[in-house]
Ligand binder design. Structure first.
Ligand code: COA
Length: 199
C-alpha cells in the first residue's frame, strides 16, 4: 500500500485530500496519508512507501518542489479525478492534476505536471507545457499554446491559436486574444499586457 503525501501549505491541500480519496478509493493500492508543508530549502527524504502530489497554484514554486522531490528519489503521482473528461486521443503527461470537471479535448497535449483546477478546460489541439496552472473555470481555446509555468487565474481565457510565453500570468477574468510574450502580466478584457513583469 502506497501512502499519498500532499505537499501544500494552503487551502488547495484540503481540497486535494477529498479529490484524491475519490480518485484512489479503497482497493486502489493507495491511501491518502497526510498534508505536509515543504519549502525549497528544507531537508527532504521520502520514505519508500510514500508517493507525492504537489498542490501549489504558483507554477514556479510547484516546479521547484517537484524537482526537489524527484531529485531526492520521490515519486510524483497524477490525480485525474473520475469526473474529469480526458479525450481518448489527448496526451496527458505524468504528474497531472485534473480536478473535478476539468475538460481535456481531443488532440490536446499536456506536458508533465500540468494542473487544471475545477471546470478548467483546454480545447482541441491545444498544448500546455510543463507546470502550467489553470485556475477554476480557466478556458484555453483550440490550438492555443501555453509555455512552461504559465498561470491562468479564475475565469481567464486564451483565444484560439494564441501563444502565451513561458511564465506569463493571465490574471483573473483576463481575455488573451493575441499572442503574449514570456514573463508578462496580462489583465482585463481584451488583456492589457505588461511585458517583463516577472523578470
Ligand atoms: C496574475 C496575478 C497572480 C498577479 O498577481 P501579482 O503579481 O501579485 O500582481 P498584482 O495582484 O499586484 O497586480 C498587478 C497590478 O495589476 C492589477 N490587476 C491584477 N489583476 C487584475 C485584474 N484581474 N483586473 C484588473 N487589474 C488587475 C493590480 O491592481 C495591480 O495594479 P497596481 O500595480 O496598479 O496596483 C493575480 O492578479 C491573479 O490573477 N491572481 C489569480 C487568483 C486566482 O485566480 N486564484 C485561483 C485560486 S484557486
Amino acid at each position: 500500500m502506497k501512502k499519498i503525501v500532499i505537499i501544500c501549505k494552503g487551502g488547495f491541500g484540503g481540497e486535494m485530500q477529498i479529490y484524491l480519496q475519490e480518485t484512489y478509493p479503497e482497493g486502489s493500492g493507495y491511501v491518502v496519508d497526510r498534508v505536509q508543508e515543504l519549502f525549497p530549502e528544507d531537508d527532504f527524504r521520502p520514505a519508500p512507501d510514500e508517493v507525492f502530489v504537489v498542490a501549489n497554484g504558483e507554477p514556479r514554486i510547484k516546479a521547484a518542489l517537484v524537482r526537489k522531490i524527484e531529485a531526492a528519489g520521490g515519486e510524483i503521482i497524477s490525480m485525474i479525478h473520475p469526473t474529469a473528461y480526458v479525450a481518448p486521443n489527448a496526451k496527458v503527461g505524468h504528474g497531472a492534476i485534473l480536478c473535478p470537471f476539468a475538460f481535456v479535448a481531443p488532440f490536446a497535449e499536456l506536458e508533465p505536471h500540468v494542473t487544471m483546477n475545477v471546470h478548467a478546460g483546454t480545447g482541441h489541439n491545444s498544448k500546455l507545457a510543463t507546470f502550467v496552472v489553470l485556475s477554476p473555470y480557466a478556458s484555453v481555446s483550440g490550438a492555443a499554446e501555453l509555455g512552461t509555468e504559465v498561470f491562468m487565474g479564475t475565469h481567464s481565457y486564451v483565444a484560439p491559436v494564441v501563444k502565451i510565453g513561458a511564465r506569463t500570468k493571465i490574471s483573473t477574468g483576463a481575455f488573451a486574444v493575441v499572442d503574449i510574450p514570456a514573463n508578462a502580466l496580462a489583465i482585463g478584457n481584451p488583456a492589457r499586457v505588461f511585458p517583463n513583469y516577472f523578470d
